[in-house]
Write a protein that binds this ligand. Structure first.
Ligand SMILES: NC(=O)C1=CN([C@@H]2O[C@H](COP(=O)(O)OP(=O)(O)OC[C@H]3O[C@@H](n4cnc5c(N)ncnc54)[C@H](OP(=O)(O)O)[C@@H]3O)[C@@H](O)[C@H]2O)C=CC1
Ligand SMILES: Nc1nc(=O)c2c([nH]1)NC[C@@H]1CN(c3ccc(C(=O)N[C@@H](CCC(=O)O)C(=O)O)cc3)C=[N+]21
Length: 295
C-alpha cells in the first residue's frame, strides 16, 4: 500500500481564501484584525517561523505587529512587550514565540498574556477551558497545531470518532493540548499520550489507528511500528544545516518508509506546518469576529 497524502499546503491555501472574505467583511464594519508576535533572541528556526507568520498576515489582509528583543533581554523587557500588546487596541491577538531563551520565566510570562488575546491558545485559562468545557462549545482560541491537525483530517473526511490515537510527545505546543482536544466529546478519540517515560512506544503505535508524531527526533517513527492503513501525522521538526548550500533542511519525526504501510500520511514539510500557521490566522479572525458581535 502507498499512503494517500494529507496535503496541508493545499488545504491551508483553501482556508486562507475563506479567511480573506471574512477579513473583508470585518473591514467593511470598520474592524482591522491585527496579529502581534514577540520574538526573543536569534534562533534561526524561530526567526523563520515568525517571518512566515508576518508573510501570511500580509497575504490575507491582517495587520501585523512585531516586537523583537535581543537574546540577552531581561524578563522585564518581555513583560513590558506583553503588557503593551495587551493594551494595544490594534492588536487583536498575539503570540510569544516559544521556546524563550533559557532562564526566562516562560510560564509566568505566558500567564501575563490577556487570555482573550492569546492567539496560540496556550494561556492556562484557555487550556483550562479545554479541560473544563469538555462537552460544551468553546469560544476561545484553540492551540494552533492540534487544531490544524483536526481541520486537516476533517477536510479529508477522516473522523476520529472511536479511533485509538497515539500522541508521541507531551510538549506544551503539540502533544499535551492534542490529548485535550482529541478527547473532547465532539471528537471522541481515545488517546495514549507517550513521552520518554513510556515503556514500549512501538507497541502502543502498533495498536493505534492514528499516530501524531511530535517528539522532534528525526525519523523516530518506523514503518514496522505502523498498523496497515493507519493515519500518520508528522509534526516534529528537526532543522539540519546542509553544509553545501548553507541552508537548513527540515527532517520530520516519521521515517519515509512509513508511507509504504500507512493509509494516510501528512508530509513534512507541507503538512501540519502550513495548517498550524493558518490556524493562527483563523484564531485572529475569530477573535475579531467575537469582538465585533460583542460590540
Ligand atoms: N509542524 C508544526 O507546525 C509544529 C511543529 N512543532 C515541532 O513539534 C515537536 C514537538 O514540539 P513541542 O510540543 O513543543 O514539544 P517539546 O519539543 O517541548 O517536547 C518534545 C516531547 O517529545 C518527547 N520525546 C522526546 N524524545 C522522545 C522519545 N525518544 N520517546 C518518547 N518521547 C520523546 C519529550 O518527552 P519528555 O516530556 O519525557 O521529555 C517531550 O514530551 C518539535 O519538534 C517542534 O519543533 C511544534 C509546533 C508546530
Ligand atoms: N508560541 C509558539 N507557537 C508555535 O506555533 C510555535 C512556537 N511557538 N515555536 C516553534 C514551533 C514550530 N512551529 C512551526 C510552524 C510552522 C511550520 C511550517 O510552516 N513549516 C513549513 C516549512 C518551513 C520550512 O521550509 O522548513 C512546512 O511544514 O511546510 C513549522 C513549524 C510553530 N511553533
Amino acid at each position: 500500500m502507498v499512503a494517500q497524502i494529507l496535503d496541508g499546503k493545499k488545504i491551508a491555501a483553501d482556508i486562507k481564501q475563506e479567511l480573506r472574505s471574512r477579513i473583508e467583511t470585518l473591514k467593511q464594519h470598520g474592524i482591522e484584525p491585527g496579529l502581534g508576535t514577540i520574538l526573543v533572541g536569534d534562533d534561526p528556526g524561530s526567526r523563520a517561523y515568525v517571518a512566515g507568520k508576518h508573510r501570511d498576515c500580509q497575504e490575507v489582509g491582517i495587520t501585523s505587529l512585531r516586537i523583537d528583543l535581543p537574546a540577552d533581554a531581561p524578563a522585564q523587557a518581555v513583560r513590558e512587550a506583553i503588557l503593551s500588546f495587551n493594551a494595544d487596541p490594534a492588536c487583536t491577538g498575539y503570540i510569544v514565540q516559544l521556546p524563550l531563551p533559557a532562564g526566562m520565566p516562560s510560564n509566568e510570562l505566558i500567564e501575563l498574556i490577556d487570555p482573550q488575546k492569546d492567539a496560540d491558545g496556550l494561556h492556562p485559562v484557555n487550556l483550562g477551558r479545554l479541560v473544563l468545557r469538555v462537552g460544551e462549545p468553546l469560544s476561545t482560541s484553540l492551540p494552533c497545531t492540534p487544531a490544524g491537525i483536526l481541520e486537516l483530517l476533517e477536510r479529508y473526511g477522516l473522523s476520529l470518532e472511536g479511533k485509538r490515537v497515539a500522541v508521541l510527545g507531551r510538549g506544551v505546543t503539540v502533544g499535551r493540548p492534542a490529548g485535550l482536544l482529541l478527547t473532547r466529546r465532539e471528537i471522541n478519540a481515545t488517546v495514549t499520550l507517550c513521552h520518554t517515560g513510556t515503556p514500549d512506544v512501538p507497541q502502543i503505535v502498533r495498536e493505534s489507528d492514528v499516530v501524531i508524531a511530535s517528539v522532534g527526533q528525526p525519523h523516530f517513527v518506523k514503518p514496522e511500528w505502523i498498523k496497515p492503513g493507519a493515519i500518520v501525522l508528522d509534526v516534529g521538526v528537526t532543522r539540519v544545516p546542509n553544509p553545501e548550500t548553507g541552508r537548513f533542511k527540515t527532517i520530520g519525526d516519521v521515517d519515509p518508509g512509513v508511507a509504504e504501510v500507512a493509509g494516510w500520511v501528512s508530509p513534512n514539510p507541507g503538512g501540519v506546518g502550513p495548517m498550524t500557521r493558518v490556524m493562527l490566522l483563523r484564531n485572529i479572525v475569530e477573535t475579531a469576529e467575537r469582538q465585533y458581535s460583542a460590540s
